[in-house]
Design a binder for this molecule. Structure first.
Ligand code: 13P
Length: 285
């Protein structure tokens, strides 16, 4: 491999072998290192995901450079993926600097507008051999600057999913089956019947957003029913920031980033290891 790849081959392999590739949201060098190093150690394919505000913060060329360096040092496939991008121009710019995978999130648009936007992105991305994910339905919760209230959330309609996948030519479909971005108020209830129906009608890889705070057995059930990519953000941010807070409680006069970021990386690593096991993606390459 030795280079950044698209998500095409890794997701098809996951679909064929009934596991999921974890997509971890990163924010900076440290979080990217944890994800890439752990995936390498566990021989797991991995998707490094960045939201629009992460690109504003870390800058696209830096993310590409860091991920390229990680990819050069491992035989397991590493993809960098634009997560929940709504701005088509920004997607094109990121593809131009080396991203090979993107999500165009036009899920808040009406069906036809969603299709039109996704078609435009797919036409551009596929020219560069980059893969495209899109969402049909709407997840409740907060992800980056996107906020969806409960009353505006919407599950994926299986028949619409067939038309959507056919007309857009997307490589993977994010489905809304009851997961939410961020933490849950009670135990999440996933609509597995709906997932099964979508899986039986749509042949491309299916993506589960909002997998933080979902019991492992539910994530695994979703994978057994056809989910091939599992998105995780909140479950990594919490231990990372908690470890920093704890470090400063113990060391109030500390000021060396290498000192207070090391326990944060260690705490995050344990979760990345655990999620790779839950996804069944270890030792696949
Ligand atoms: P969580 O923060 O709930 O894990 O959601 C992550 C996600 O879906 C990113 O696209």
């Amino acid at each position: 491999m030795k280079t950044i790849v698209s998500t095409r081959e890794m997701l098809i392999n996951a679909q064929k072998n009934k596991y999921a590739v974890p997509a971890f949201n990163i924010h900076n060098l440290e979080t990217l290192q944890v994800v890439a190093d752990t995936a390498k150690e566990m021989h797991s394919p991995v998707i490094i995901a960045v939201t629009p505000s992460t690109i504003d913060y870390a800058r696209d060329e830096y993310v590409v450079a860091m991920a390229s360096s990680a990819a050069k040092n491992t035989d397991t496939p590493i993809a960098i993926h634009l997560d929940h991008f709504e701005n088509i121009l920004k997607i094109k710019q990121a593809i131009d600097v080396g991203f090979k995978s993107c999500m165009i999130d036009a899920s808040k648009e009406a069906f036809e507008e969603n299709i039109a936007k996704v078609q435009e992105v797919a036409a551009y991305a596929h020219r560069y051999d980059a893969t495209v994910e899109a969402e049909l339905g709407k997840l409740v919760g907060i992800e980056d600057d996107l906020v969806v209230d409960e009353k505006d959330s919407m599950y994926t309609n299986p028949d619409d999913a067939v038309t959507f996948a056919q007309r857009t030519g997307i490589d993977s479909l994010a489905v809304a089956i009851g997961t939410a971005h961020g933490l849950y108020k009670g135990k999440p209830k996933l609509d597995f019947t709906r997932l099964q129906e979508i899986r039986s009608k749509v042949s491309i890889p299916l993506v589960l957003h909002g997998a933080s705070d979902v019991p492992d057995e539910l994530v695994q059930q979703a994978i057994s029913l056809g989910i091939c990519k599992v998105n995780i953000a909140t479950d990594l941010k919490i231990p990372f920031s908690n470890a920093i807070k704890e470090y400063f409680i113990q060391n109030p006069s500390a000021n060396d980033p290498r000192k207070y970021l090391t326990p944060a990386k260690e705490a995050m690593k344990k979760i990345v290891q655990h999620k790779i096991r839950v996804c069944g993606s270890a030792d696949r390459y």
